[in-house]
Write a protein that binds this ligand. Structure first.
Ligand code: IMP
Length: 187
């Protein structure tokens, strides 16, 4: 099976290839711009993105969208995570969270996969808390201010450890199950 990974980030393609190579799935990097719908629901962004890509005739592809949802901010920055990170950044989130007692937040990653016109959508989550200050140098984005256990931030743990528990790691595990079931020969 060959799947096109629709992204501007070549790192994602390598990560998918590493996670699915043993199933005999070949990942191909394809850059196709598509409009992301305005909605607060990650799954809807992915579903609508898949519809838009399929309308161009594309088949056998993967898209994904992630975000950090802070409970006390009613899910913000959520689907706007990339924009908020680029503009106000981690300092902006820490300022919004000053004096806020409920620090709970969840990273979510939604992956949409088209297999010959069939839709598979999975969502992986990683619950945690927003720290009081940025810590660590690993990772990217909100990693320095997010902690899965209330102690170390995502930027303070090795990537391999983060992948074991992260929203993206959990979404990939769910997609593996779905694809494995489709690749298994029927008795
Ligand atoms: P994307 O959909 O994977 O590009 O993620 C959207 C935005 O969410 C990124 O630009 C980051 O700001 C944030 N984000 C997603 N996953 C992570 C993560 O694992 N750590 C930190 N920030 C993340």
């Amino acid at each position: 099976m060959k799947l096109k990974v629709i992204t501007s980030n070549p790192g994602k393609v390598a990560e998918f290839q590493r996670m699915f190579g043993d199933l005999g799935i070949e990942m191909e990097h394809v850059k196709v711009p598509y409009d992301e719908v305005q909605t607060s629901d990650l799954e809807e962004v992915v579903r609508k993105g898949m519809d838009a890509l399929r309308a161009t005739g594309l088949r056998d592809f993967i898209i994904d969208d992630s975000g950090m949802f802070v409970d006390a901010l009613k899910g913000f920055p959520g689907v706007y995570s990339a924009f908020v990170q680029k503009t106000v950044g981690n300092d902006g989130i820490l300022t919004l969270m000053e004096g806020v007692e409920d620090r709970s937040a969840t990273f979510k990653c939604c992956i949409g996969c088209d297999v010959d016109g069939e839709t598979i959508i999975v969502t992986g989550e990683c619950p945690g808390v927003i720290l009081n200050e940025a810590r660590g140098t690993e990772g990217f984005g909100y990693d320095p201010i997010f902690s899965p256990d209330g102690e170390s931030s995502f930027a303070e743990i090795p990537l391999s450890e983060k992948n074991e528990i992260s929203h993206r790691g959990n979404a990939v595990k769910l997609l593996r199950k779905e694809l494995e079931a489709r690749l298994r020969p029927t008795p």
